[in-house]
Design a protein around this ligand. Sequence first.
Ligand code: E4P
Length: 222
Amino acid sequence: MKIFLDTADLSDIRWASQAGLIDGVTTNPTLLSKHAGDVDPQDVLQEICSLVDGPVSAEVVAVDADGMYGEGRELAKLADNIVVKIPMLEDGMLATRRLVADGVKVNVTLAFSSVQCLLAAKAGATYVSPFLGRLDDIGHDAMEIVREARQMFDNFGLETEILAASIRHPRHVAEAALIGADVATMPTAVLKKLLLHPLTDRGLDQFLNDWSKLVARAKVNA
Ligand code: E4P
């Protein structure tokens, strides 16, 4: 499963990219608003694209087909690795189709059911993003939606990649991988949690303690 970082924080992206942990980045208007400060968001997106050797999702803010298409075309000019994020709307399907026909990659976002995922695939999206955490927040079984979408895409050989989004914790990542989501996009905090295990810390403490005892003994005997 590919891992994308769900942020517009340049230093986080730089770290994760240099560590070879991520295959791409997803942003949205909220994340850009949080991290861009007073910098032009298009400049931030270009910087992100230069930091990552992989797709970078950038979202349109228009909600009509012509507006989404026009914004999508402009976003796609920012860098070769831009993927245009289009919301799961009736007009979004029209805009997706037109952008795909122009050779622009699309990530259909804000998907909350398996049949929405199916329609995004029909429209030709490269990715569709079911939002797991937001579904869990309202008491739904988010993983069931990913499972159903996986089965549907496999039944009919649909090539759209399932991009598990709105990831809140490491179990979301593990379950998405087990079900066969193609990508999981997660905040930096979740990516860093994937690195952690208390037994790793305890084991390292013990190794370092034992090593300093050995060094102390060696000094005494010298
Ligand atoms: C996906 O591309 C979105 O940016 C993201 O995963 C939304 O997650 P949230 O529910 O944590 O805002």
